[in-house]
Design a protein around this ligand. Structure first.
Ligand SMILES: [Zn+2]
Ligand SMILES: [Zn+2]
Length: 426
């Protein structure tokens, strides 16, 4: 009953989606999307090493008669689908890389893959859900290719490598794709992307206009001391001790100097290294971490204070420290006009009550590099098992990270509808 009413309302809004009966095609594709996702989940590949993943995507797009470019930004795949009617160009983006995480889930399609990461053997897992993004966009491409006659303009499918960051010393991700001209020929008028969320129940969509996700910057602190015997610290300068003081100092920038009522800010030291054995005070130590900001003024202040603080703390203890901060990703900025114009397309497929405005997050997305060039809208798609309890959710980037297959169909619907509606708008 409710469904009939919803359908009636849909056709009243004259969306391409309801008008042309794409719902049947979309429902029929769910089993394929799930199958693709399981295959990709079981065969994850690290950033800039997505060779087999890219091959599978390219093969699929080619089978649909879509014009395909491979090797974009190393392993990226771009598909161009020209509709039968002239019009604008809309891009849909999926990121395709996995993470150096060893999966702990007991799934029939669990990843057992191991790989080399910076000289270390690591487990590899789609612990951020990019496997679902690939499957959703492959499904969307199939629906749209089948309904080419209904497309007013061109759809560009961007399968992007290395969203999690290229290995040190390599370029990659959205920034490199933009540099290699992914938004040109034909020139993209707007871009859409989604991220699955393990915390958001299946069936829901969350969004925020303007600053939605944080800018992320990788930093390295190099501390130089003076090597000595572990039994005689007075004859050297201990960089390990200084490292501890610097970590402490950095957290005081957040808690004492950032105006946290304005926007959130985070400094995390994720790696600390130095030394070879118990009784040697080493010559140097290194801290590696990430900075998250949602406001460019706060970012500038925070960066400057980290440099000052590390150098001065080191100096106080007779050591030297330098801080190297990478430019990093930008703030994921949802164009307000595009966001507003696109919400209706999401509500139509998810239901009004399931599309909700949320707070910004300190997670980062290199989707921000596309949004710097063209208006873009990035939203979160629910992936949490509908039967799971309220506290039962497994965070992204962890060995227990879990996404329920039943969330993906809404992703296909959302991407299809949002693209067709965009092309249909004047
Ligand atoms: Zn991630
Ligand atoms: Zn991700």
């Amino acid at each position: 009953m409710k469904k009939i009413l919803a359908l009636a309302l849909c056709s009243a809004s004259l969306s391409m989606y309801a008008q042309h009966g794409l719902e049947k095609d979309i429902a029929a594709i769910e089993s394929k999307v799930i199958e693709w996702r399981h295959d990709i989940h079981q065969n994850p590949e690290l950033s800039n090493r997505e060779f087999k993943t890219a091959e599978k995507i390219a093969e699929h797009l080619e089978s649909l008669g879509i014009e395909v470019q491979t090797g974009v930004a190393h392993t990226g795949v771009v598909g161009i689908l020209k509709g039968n009617k002239p019009g604008k160009v809309v891009a849909l983006r999926a990121d395709i890389d996995a993470l150096p995480v060893t999966e702990r889930n007991d799934l029939p399609f669990k990843s057992e893959v191991k790989s080399d990461y910076l000289g270390q053997e690591v487990g590899v897992m789609h612990a951020c859900g990019h496997d679902t993004h690939i499957a959703i966009l492959m499904g969307t491409a199939e629906i749209l290719a089948k309904n080419k006659d209904k497309i007013r303009g061109t759809v560009k499918f961007i399968f992007q490598p290395a969203e999690e960051g290229a290995p040190p010393g390599e370029e990659g991700g959205a920034e490199l794709m933009v540099k290699e001209g992914v938004l040109d020929n034909p020139k993209v008028d707007a871009i859409y992307g989604l991220h699955i969320g393990s915390y958001l129940p299946v069936g829901q969509i969350a969004y925020k206009p303007r600053g939605a996700m944080a800018a992320a910057q990788r930093f390295v602190v190099s501390i130089k001391g003076k090597q000595s015997h572990g039994s005689a610290p007075w004859s050297g300068v201990d960089p390990i001790y200084v490292a501890a003081k610097i970590i402490d100092g950095f957290q005081s920038i957040i808690s004492r100097e950032m105006e946290l009522t304005k926007e959130a800010a985070v400094i995390t030291v994720g790696k600390i290294s130095g030394g070879v054995r118990n009784n040697i005070i080493p010559e140097s130590a290194e801290l590696v971490g990430t900075i998250r900001t949602l406001d460019y003024d706060m970012q500038e202040k925070l960066n400057a204070r980290m440099k000052e603080m590390a150098a001065n703390i080191a100096k106080a203890y007779r050591a030297e420290a330098t801080v190297d901060i990478a430019k990093g990703t930008l703030i994921t900025y949802n164009d307000p006009a595009l966001t507003e114009a696109s919400i209706g397309s999401l509500k139509e497929v998810a239901g009004d009550e399931n599309v909700n405005l949320v707070n910004a997050t300190t997670g980062a997305e290199d989707f921000s590099f596309y949004q710097k060039e063209v208006p873009g809208f990035f939203f979160i798609l629910g992936g949490k098992d509908p039967n799971a309890g309220p506290d039962e959710h497994y965070p992204h980037h962890t060995p227990d990270f879990k996404i329920d297959d039943s969330g993906m169909l809404l992703g296909v619907k959302a991407m299809t509808n949002i693209a067709l509606d965009f092309l249909d708008r004047k």
